[in-house]
Design a binder for this molecule. Structure first.
Ligand code: ADE
Length: 225
């Protein structure tokens, strides 16, 4: 899979996309992530990528030309399955969307900034707008990092035990059951006996019941879906 991210703040993405599972996926050549600075496509002598809104409201708006040139330089080279714009008014991101995106071959993620981007970019270049939640971030970079992280871990071969991504919370609309490790007793707090019993069938049953119970308590909305 190839992911191209367009941003005015490439530094913000460097650390989240260069550690742990994503780093390993890149090293194994399972995913190829390219970060492009939109400023490099600006024809302005000061490399500006924003301007005042015609409507006169406060806040700068990202201009169409550098973004259009950046996207066109990529789409000339290969076909993209999705051209995504990260924005608080996009569709709400969830595990289902992550699953859908993880089987794509090439995607572009455009990170929004300032007060927004010229509407013509959204109308003519973007085919999907994604919000990672009902709150406003300073820019779309953190949202792009969240999207990348959640999809890369789903690609087969990225996590060594393939089933572990499939048993994540949300994959079946259930939260994960609790987990424990050694010691058996800490401060008088014991690991549940069932987990020490060695009875795999009973442990599986317990885990399922715990998952239902936790979901009912913490996220009943998931069970309604
Ligand atoms: N940009 C600013 N806020 C955002 C959000 N909640 N989701 C995605 N992109 C954003």
């Amino acid at each position: 899979m190839r992911i191209d991210i367009l941003t005015v703040l490439p530094e913000l993405l460097e650390s989240p996309l260069n550690h742990s599972i994503i780093k390993r996926a890149k090293e194994k050549k399972i995913v190829d992530i390219h970060i492009h600075n939109i400023r490099d496509f600006s024809k302005d002598k000061h490399k500006r990528v924003d301007d005042y809104a015609y409507s006169g409201e406060a806040g700068m708006v990202m201009t169409i030309e550098p973004i259009a040139l950046a996207i066109e330089s990529l789409t000339k080279q290969r076909k993209y399955d999705e051209i995504i714009y990260t924005s608080p008014d996009g569709e709400r991101y969830n595990q289902k969307t992550a699953n859908t995106l993880s089987i794509k071959k090439n995607i572009i993620i455009l990170c929004g900034h300032y007060k927004g981007i010229d509407q013509r970019v959204r109308e003519h270049y973007i085919n999907r707008e994604i919000s990672i939640g009902d709150y406003v971030l300073t820019g779309g970079e953190l949202a792009a990092a969240v999207i990348c992280d959640s999809i890369v871990r789903l690609i087969p071969g990225v996590i060594s035990d393939e089933t572990s991504a499939l048993t994540d919370s949300f994959q079946d609309n259930l939260l994960s059951p609790p987990v424990y490790t050694r010691p058996e007793v800490y401060n008088g707090w014991r690991v549940p006996d069932i987990l020490l019993s060695g009875n795999i069938k009973e442990i599986e049953k317990w885990r399922f019941e715990q998952a239902i119970e936790r979901t009912k308590k913490l996220r009943p909305d998931l069970l309604e879906e």
